[in-house]
Design a protein around this ligand. Structure first.
Ligand SMILES: Cc1ncc(COP(=O)(O)O)c(C=O)c1O
Length: 357
């Protein structure tokens, strides 16, 4: 059965990318080997590694002022790595707009003076606080925020202007819309939504911010060590890097981030417009802050939510159950989700609403 996978991550990958990986799995580029078996010091792997970095730089417009790191440990590892590397003065501000932002702040509190300077908790994270009226402290090392909140379905539409470098967790929106990287000191993202399989974590760090890690920072978490070794300090997640490279090639062929952003806006507007006009489904997020990637919604009752998830699954629309902290449903519609997938979901939602009104 053909399925559309609306999972929040690991998430659906482009069909073309999966087929290419399948074709090359046993014998990559006539090397006689799979990427999963080859030395990370071999020339053939080095080409994959370097192409992944240069394609990401091209797609996001990342200048030479930054280093792209291909790491492991997930975005959660960065919750600790960021303070351990950047807290040279010992002080940072955090904006908390969801569970992952909150986890990042809690982890940082182990290492310094961390203040939550704004939060959307008062309205169950259904909006993004006004970034222009946040009272950032003076003399901080950085300001941390989460660009897209995967669980709550919110997204920043504007970033604060801060004296301290801006650090963003872009796990669930990287490469989905055009971002001016120069506004950020550091960007990090787990790969398993818009980049490839789990196992790879991307860190884009401004070069002048490296080299100030706390003495206690584990060597494996030090950005400068990874940068000096072109992320070959130890064994990199070679197969995940290879899959990322294929995904970057796919996106480049489609016309890059500006083009996929148009598709993403179109997919999201189809779904939100349908929800808003349905008289049956609801999305709780303030309109201007609605995510292009994660769309939470509910039916009129919890019983119907459960029935919806179960019937959708039987119809090949899978992984629609909402996060346990929000309930209801959530459709994650990352770059690789085709427009037809969103249309199929809307058709099913229409039918379900008629049958259950
Ligand atoms: C915004 C955000 N940050 C962090 C994480 C945690 O990522 P990981 O599982 O790669 O540690 C997630 C996972 O869904 C996420 O969506």
């Amino acid at each position: 059965m053909k399925v559309y996978n609306f999972a929040p991550g690991p998430a659906t990958l482009p069909e073309e990318v999966k087929l290419e990986a399948q074709r090359d799995f046993v014998n990559y580029n006539n090397s006689g080997m799979s990427v999963t078996e080859m030395s990370h010091r071999s020339k053939v792997y080095e080409e994959i590694h370097n192409e992944a970095q240069s394609l990401l730089a091209e797609l996001m417009g990342i200048s030479d002022d930054y280093k792209i790191l291909l790491l492991q440990g997930g975005a959660s590892m960065q919750f600790g790595a960021v303070p351990l590397n950047l807290l040279s003065k010992g002080k940072a501000d955090y904006i908390v707009t969801g569970n992952f932002a909150s986890k990042a702040a809690k982890e940082a509190q182990k290492y310094g003076d961390i203040a939550v300077v704004a939060s959307s908790k008062d309205k169950n994270h259904t909006y993004i606080p006004d970034v222009d009226s946040v009272a950032f402290r003076e003399g901080t090392d950085y300001v941390h925020l989460t660009s897209n909140n995967t669980v709550y379905g919110t997204r920043y539409i504007k970033y604060p202007k801060t004296e301290a470098p801006l650090v963003s967790d872009m796990s669930s929106m990287i490469l989905s819309e055009v971002i001016d990287v120069n506004k950020f000191g550091l960007i990090y993202a787990g790969a398993q939504k818009n980049i490839g399989p789990a196992g790879l974590t991307i860190v884009i760090v401004r070069k002048d911010l490296m080299g100030k890690a706390m003495p206690v920072c584990p060597t494996m978490l030090r950005y400068d060590i990874h940068a000096e070794n072109n992320c070959l300090y130890n064994t990199p997640p070679a197969f995940a890097v290879y899959m990322a490279m294929l995904n970057f090639r796919w996106l480049k062929k489609l016309g890059g981030v500006a083009e996929i952003q148009k598709v993403n806006e179109y997919k999201a507007s189809l779904l939100y417009d349908f929800i808003d006009n349905s008289g049956f489904y609801k999305n709780p997020v303030q309109k201007e802050f609605r995510s292009l990637m994660n769309v939470p919604f509910t039916t009129p009752s919890e019983e119907l939510d459960a029935k919806f998830v179960s019937e959708a699954t039987k119809n090949g629309l899978i992984s629609l159950k909402g996060h346990r902290s929000v309930g209801g449903m959530r459709a994650s519609i990352y770059n690789a989700m085709p427009v037809e997938g969103v249309k199929a979901l809307i058709e099913f939602m229409k039918k379900f609403a008629v049958e259950n009104k």
